[in-house]
Write a protein that binds this ligand. Sequence first.
Ligand code: BT5
Length: 240
Amino acid sequence: MAEGRETTVGIRVISLEEVDSTNEYARRIASDVPEGTVVLAKRQTAGKGRKGRSWASPEGGIWMSVVLKPSGVDPRLVFVGALAVTDTLSDFGISSGIKWPNDVWAAGKKIAGILTEGKAGEYVVLGIGLNVNNPVPPELRWDAVSMMELTGTSLPLDRVLERLLFHLNGWYRVFRERPELVMAKVRERTFILGRIVKVVEDDNALIGRAVDVLDDGSLLLDVGGQLRRILYGDVSLRIV
Ligand code: BT5
């Protein structure tokens, strides 16, 4: 993508030492700030994932949320975050893939998580947690990884952030103009396709082969020869 074009994401950056959750903070101010405002914190005391899960956010990572004001709340915005993260990792020599619906994995572990929350007709907060130089919690050692662990060196956080904002801008622009191009790239970078996965939503579980990510963001699953469409939502997915 060409540098130096219109900036939306990062038009304003609010940098905090500590906050409960950048998503919560962004939601509190969303109605009063311009689209593209970024909330960034060194530490989160109550970083959150989906469904009340917690997100470990000690100093050294990128914990940020961007306030977007698209024409409608679109669940596919999560993929704008995922693509920007994979591009950023690639800028630092790390190859990664998207684990539908909201994770980025590198070297078989989770390196980033994305959480979108919105108020219909008003705003969408796109939250990104990316492990950079921070330690990952010991209990997640087998499931989580940081950029520092993968590169063997501590990385300049400001430079990582700059690349991330650049790619967010680029993908958000593509998303507004040609969302199907975003989905085509997501399909390319989704590493679970062709693999057997278990999808869990509340008390329901389905095991099948991940076949495709459709243009509306849903996952197509082959369950014993029958194709099932799994809507993006609060589903968890495990590779079997
Ligand atoms: C996510 O949820 O993956 C979305 C995480 C979004 C975090 C960002 S940080 C900035 C913004 N402000 C917030 O408060 N949140 C967003 P989910 O798919 O529900 O995954 C949560 C699970 O990931 C947890 O239950 C842990 O197993 C795991 N986890 C927690 N902290 C992690 C970390 N630092 N790195 C990798 N995995 C982690």
